[in-house]
Design a protein around this ligand. Structure first.
Ligand code: HEM
Length: 274
């Protein structure tokens, strides 16, 4: 299989206009006709669903169902690219490309685009609120730090999604893509809680647990990163017993190789990509 260039952009002009036009209509709708409260909760729910959809794409080996970006073989949908998909499948019947896999991958991308638009609408509404309430600098409705952080993370997440495909599921990229999805969900939960006023009026006793909560959060993030690293390197069956590993509490390990961050994805015994 070819390794497409990292910055490659392939999508026909008509298809790009159709995709871009639908996103623009959605952006106007979300930024003008939905309240910020409703939008924040809807975006949180949509992002949670998107994270699960991403896991489904990965676990059904559909990540390279469309090997280019942002379209599928430069087309808007797998139906438009049916000829190329069939040719790829004929050339490699057990390869990563098939029509159902291409659909799974593309639905994940369409959905991600809408989540991106919803987050952009949150930022537009937050900036408008800030301008309208310019008199009172203590007003929490004027805060724009979180909405801007959301825009930054979703743009990065889109780029990691692209590199997940164009760099052929490089473990470090897929792990960062997983962490980006988790970070988005966490930031959106924080933003929604603020707008539903769930964070206001905390009993002062809760302040004392902040350090423990912070340690818990960092530990959880590290554990998710380690889980992602095991999964993206297909290392889950390296130890087939539990709680020991091959009957030993301290099995032989190769840390330097196990945590080689810029490694390509490994090969199967038959010489195919894992
Ligand atoms: C808001 C945007 C996005 C979010 C929250 C998101 C989230 C996720 C998550 C959580 C996974 C599962 C990762 C894992 O299990 O390790 C995933 C997988 C995947 N995502 Fe995304 N994603 C987003 C955007 C994109 C975009 C724009 C693309 C492509 C252009 C993309 C391509 C992929 C692919 C190919 C996989 C499967 C990787 C594999 O098979 O190993 N994602 N996504």
């Amino acid at each position: 299989m070819n390794n497409p260039a990292v910055w490659q952009f392939s999508l026909g002009a008509v298809h790009a206009a159709m995709w871009g036009g639908s996103l623009l209509v959605a952006l106007v709708f979300f930024s003008r006709f939905v309240t910020l409260r409703a939008l924040s909760v809807a975006t949180l729910a949509a992002t949670l669903a998107l994270v699960m959809l991403g896991a489904y794409v990965r676990l059904t080996n559909a990540g390279l169902g469309c090997p280019d970006w942002p379209g599928c073989y430069g087309k808007l949908s797998p139906t438009h690219a049916a000829e190329q998909i069939e040719a790829a499948q004929t050339a490699s019947p057990n390869g990563p490309v098939s029509l159902p896999k291409a659909w799974r991958e593309m639905i994940h991308r369409y959905f991600a685009s809408f989540v991106g638009v919803m987050i952009l609408a949150i930022a537009i509404q937050a900036l408008t609120n800030r301008r309208e309430r310019s008199g009172n600098s203590d007003d929490p409705g004027r805060a724009i730090g979180l909405p801007l952080a959301l825009v930054l993370v979703v743009v990065l997440q889109g780029l990691f999604g692209k590199w997940t495909v164009t760099l052929l599921l490089k473990p470090v990229i897929v792990t960062l893509h997983l962490l980006g999805g988790m970070a988005l969900v966490a930031l959106l939960a924080w933003f929604s809680a603020r707008h539903l006023q769930l964070t206001g009026g905390q009993p002062s006793g809760l302040r004392g647990i902040r350090p423990i909560a912070a340690i818990g959060l960092i530990t959880l993030a590290a554990q998710i990163a380690l889980g992602g690293w095991v999964s993206t390197n297909y290392a889950a069956l390296a130890c087939v017993d539990f709680p020991t590993c091959h009957g030993a509490w301290k099995p032989a390990t190769d840390f330097a190789h196990g945590f080689h961050f810029f490694r390509e994805l490994g090969m199967t015994a038959e010489g195919e990509l894992l």
